[in-house]
Design a protein around this ligand. Structure first.
Ligand code: IMP
Ligand code: MG
Length: 170
């Protein structure tokens, strides 16, 4: 498979700082719980949370909706749920990429059921082409229409996550 660079590391870092700046001012005086969706979010989450200038708490959810290829299986299963209490807390769900929107719709509902005061969504990449569940994305790094993206945490069949830049597979 061929890969072409789509978003170089400098652009990622710049955009992450901008998102962190917006979150820091929107949540000034509060202490949001940032919940990362594993595994793809690891580098984005680590970079984002360290650029945010207000106190935050962190926790993670592991969801699996994809089989081994690049097509969603259509059902979302949580293989790891949050462990911190989100009851009455402002929550920001942080994801690597929103594709169909199925995973986040399921996760947001779960967090609201657990009594979160508010649930906002922050994603590095908003991929609109295959959106089937409408989700309100509050903080979005980059918008793309289509293509399968790897690197900076994103994988194709567990490969390429460690790349520092983001590539599109052809
Ligand atoms: P959704 O439920 O279809 O929105 O799927 C979201 C999840 O699918 C993301 O968090 C990724 O883990 C994975 N995913 C969707 N599109 C891509 C892609 O282009 N590259 C890598 N992973 C993807
Ligand atoms: Mg993911």
């Amino acid at each position: 498979m061929k890969k072409e660079i789509l978003i170089p590391r400098e652009d990622i870092q710049k955009r992450v700082k901008e998102l962190a700046g917006r979150i820091s001012s929107d949540y000034e005086g509060r202490e949001p719980v940032l919940i990362g969706i594993l595994n793809g979010v690891i580098f984005f989450f680590a970079d984002l949370i360290r650029e945010i200038s207000i106190p935050t708490k962190m926790d993670f959810i592991r969801a699996s909706s994809y089989g081994s290829g690049n097509e969603s299986s259509g059902t979302v299963r949580l293989t790891k749920d949050v462990e911190l209490s989100v009851q009455g807390k402002p929550v920001i769900v942080v994801d690597d990429i929103v594709d169909t929107g199925l995973t986040l719709t399921h996760i947001v509902k779960g967090l609201k059921d657990k009594g979160a005061e508010s649930v906002k969504i922050c994603t590095l990449i908003d991929k609109s082409e295959r959106r089937s569940c409408s989700v309100r994305i509050d903080y979005s790094g980059f918008r793309i229409k289509e293509g399968f993206i790897v690197g900076y945490g994103l994988d194709y069949d567990e490969e390429y996550r460690y790349f520092t830049d983001i590539y599109v597979l052809r």
